[in-house]
Design a binder for this molecule. Sequence first.
Ligand code: TYD
Length: 207
Amino acid sequence: MMEAILDRFIVIEGLDGSGTTTQMKLLVEAFDTMHISCHAAFEPTSSPIGTLVRDVLQKKTVTTPLALAMLFAADREDHLNHPLTGIIERLASGTIVVCDRYKYSSLAYQSVECGFDRVQELNMFPDPRFVFFIDTPIDDCLKRIDIRSNERELFERQEFLAQVRDNYELIFSRLDEKVVFTRIDGTLDRLDIHKHIVAVLNSYSIL
Ligand code: TYD
């Protein structure tokens, strides 16, 4: 039962500035156009816990790396299992959920300072069926971030993102075999990236 509902769970991952939010939105629009029920999700969420996380990312609040890892995990637990609006509930009702970042972001980012095992322990959450990794070079990501805003967030630094990228590689090399993993060249045009995602979902009769 759980396996079947997770078939409708799609996650998009990538470094800051890689374009995950753009792709999440394009994909949700594509489902809408086809009149397929779909929910646009993102982490950190806009819940009270997610809002606290964003305050830390924007350097308005300072805490320890482990406390931040716990907040990301708490935000995710609520996002998945909230009885009314949770991802699991939506999937169970037949809706497709496209999530901009998920537990792989915690495993990639928080592991830099907290260690992989500790972050893994905090993130014993189910795998989605599909993971798309937008693979954009760090320099391109940082250029886009600087165009977008004058301020850089907590993790938007070359050396940090280099470690995050290495962690992503490690995590994605060890994914459960049930997860359909697709790496996409993030230097492609946004619509070409979108077409690639649609083609994969098409081949699994999701879109
Ligand atoms: P977000 O506003 O989603 O940035 P972007 O649109 O650039 O992806 O900010 C998310 C930031 O939080 C980003 O730096 C990645 C980081 N993050 C973690 O460190 N751990 C997590 O579990 C998640 C979901 C995000």
